[in-house]
Design a protein around this ligand. Structure first.
Ligand SMILES: [Zn+2]
Ligand SMILES: [Zn+2]
Length: 140
């Protein structure tokens, strides 16, 4: 038996199979069926992995965004991560939020290569800015 030939035959068959749309459709259907018929705890676990990964990715992107835009409140200098949020420098946050949909702002900033026009503000300064137009710590 010619081993080399056998291997190339196998490769051939494999290549033909993966290029065959019918075969591919079958595989996709099988995977879907497997998922659908998998025991509930397997499905829950898979969903859990995805959620966990998405949450972790959100945390990383938020940290990256905060770091990129200065790492502390542009107004008062607060640098405790928990108090910080991304802010649109010239307002329009809600409109922009609508445009980017349900995705998080830091995720959007990440995907768009850190565009200009954003800054880090703490929640105090952020709220004050939108309520009074200017933050009280700028008036001192
Ligand atoms: Zn502040
Ligand atoms: Zn302030």
């Amino acid at each position: 038996m010619d081993k080399e030939k056998m291997r190339s035959d196998n490769l051939d068959r494999y290549a033909r199979r993966t290029l065959d749309p019918v075969w591919r459709a079958e595989q996709i259907k099988n995977t879907r069926d497997y998922r659908r018929n998998a025991p509930i705890e397997v499905r829950e676990r898979e969903r859990g992995y995805k959620k966990k990964w998405q949450a972790q990715r959100g945390i990383w992107r938020r940290a990256l965004a905060l770091d990129h835009y200065g790492g502390c409140c542009a107004c008062c200098g607060e640098d405790r991560d928990y108090f910080l949020a991304m802010d649109h420098i010239d307002g329009g946050g809600n409109k922009h939020r609508k445009k980017i949909g349900f995705r998080s702002l830091s995720g959007w900033l990440f995907e768009n290569n850190w565009p200009e026009g954003f800054q880090v503000l703490c929640h105090n300064c952020n709220t004050a800015k939108y309520r009074f137009g200017v933050c009280p710590c700028q008036e001192l």
